[in-house]
Design a protein around this ligand. Structure first.
Ligand SMILES: NC(=O)c1ccc[n+]([C@@H]2O[C@H](COP(=O)([O-])OP(=O)(O)OC[C@H]3O[C@@H](n4cnc5c(N)ncnc54)[C@H](OP(=O)(O)O)[C@@H]3O)[C@@H](O)[C@H]2O)c1
Length: 327
């Protein structure tokens, strides 16, 4: 698989990673055996970057990854986790003492002395402007608890503030065929600064797989049911903040472009990989087959000019008015 670099971590990773929120909770039931099978399928297909968080299943996702790592000595994987969302979201929670406690828990869950990458998990905006927070993160590096740190963000403004911080190794942001705003400033700024970009929610929570229609339902314990209007967390994390019917309309417009050589999901992943400045794309997968298919996108040809123009026009006409100024 093609490798790209996190310059500030001194690490290369395969361009398709695996998002491991699904292996924790909030996506219906995923058994332990199924979760371990997804990890194995992804890694066997060439994935070397895993994204998790301390809050996914309250540590279940991290613990399952820890089990998987122990079963693959010498694995060479890079595991990024996140911290900060197991407590009430106030800027005052982002202290060195809490960071030490949170990273100690993640180190235990993952079974490692040093976390490869820890990301602040969409913190309140005030956190981005607080020098003490970034001094504390530098201390975690100096203490050897983490090899590097980054920030997962909701908005482009937050991303730009984070990129300007000299110690930030990565920014994780929503980027997909129905979320284009990061292309304008965030990706060029990250590339210029040597900050890695981790593109999340690449399939708009599965909408861009092209498999859903007006009759599709999701389990009660799936955020695509319980967070459709942002009831539990930022609505941008569910279907990328696009209202479901508009998302279906966009997918139906793009579907005829997808040739026989790839699936709609692979088309959507390839679109992201072709955007300059992207380091790694982290589709979530609920089955080994999905994980394998997603990894395949790394070896597929780039989209043609006609395809790129169609994605742009679809976004401009159907999606931009709803989302472009929100995040
Ligand atoms: N705040 C944050 O930092 C934050 C927020 C959100 C996500 N993330 C990270 O980003 C990762 C990815 O985002 P996401 O999981 O929310 O959304 P996503 O990757 O856009 O969508 C994942 C869903 O798409 C469907 N899918 C995946 N591969 C497929 C394939 N090959 N063919 C057809 N359908 C496929 C599956 O749903 P079905 O099987 O149900 O159709 C899967 O659960 C997460 O796992 C997490 O690591 C971070």
């Amino acid at each position: 698989m093609e490798q790209r670099s996190f310059d500030r971590l001194g690490r290369h990773v395969g361009i398709i990673g695996l998002g491991a929120w699904q292996l924790g909770a909030d996506w219906g039931e995923v058994s332990e055996d199924a979760a371990l099978a997804v990890l194995a399928a992804a890694v066997d297909a060439g994935v070397t970057f895993l994204d998790t968080a301390d809050v996914y299943g309250d540590g279940r996702s991290e613990a399952l990854i820890g089990r998987f790592l122990r079963s693959r000595p010498g694995h060479g994987l890079t595991v990024a986790t996140k911290m900060g969302r197991r407590v009430e979201q106030t800027p005052e929670a982002y202290t060195l003492d809490n960071f030490r406690a949170w990273t100690d828990r993640s180190r235990a869950n993952l079974g490692v002395d040093t976390l490869d990458l820890v990301q602040l998990h969409c913190p309140p905006t005030a956190v981005f402007a607080d020098d003490r927070v970034f001094d504390a993160l530098d201390t975690l590096v100096a203490e050897g608890r983490v090899a590097g740190y980054g920030v997962s963000v909701e908005t482009c403004d937050q991303a730009l503030t984070a990129i300007a911080r000299p110690g930030v190794a990565s920014v994780q942001i929503i980027l997909n065929a129905v979320r284009h705003k990061p292309l304008e400033q965030v990706l060029p700024a990250a590339a210029a600064a040597g900050v890695g970009i981790i593109a999340r929610v690449p399939l708009a929570s599965g909408l861009l797989s092209g498999r859903y229609d007006e009759n599709t339902t999701f389990p009660a314990n799936d955020h695509r049911t319980f967070n459709r209007h942002g009831e539990s967390f930022d609505v941008g994390e569910t279907f990328s903040g696009v209202d479901y019917d508009s998302g279906l309309a966009a997918v139906r417009r793009l579907a005829p472009l997808v040739g026989d050589d790839r699936t709609m999901a692979q088309f959507a992943l390839r679109w992201i990989l072709d955007q300059p400045g992207v380091t790694v794309v982290i589709p979530g997968a609920r089955s080994p087959e999905q994980a394998r298919r997603n990894a395949e996108a790394a070896g597929q040809p780039a989209l043609t000019e006609v395809e790129l123009a169609a994605v742009r026009a679809t976004y401009d006409e159907l999606i931009r008015p709803q989302v472009h100024d929100r995040w």
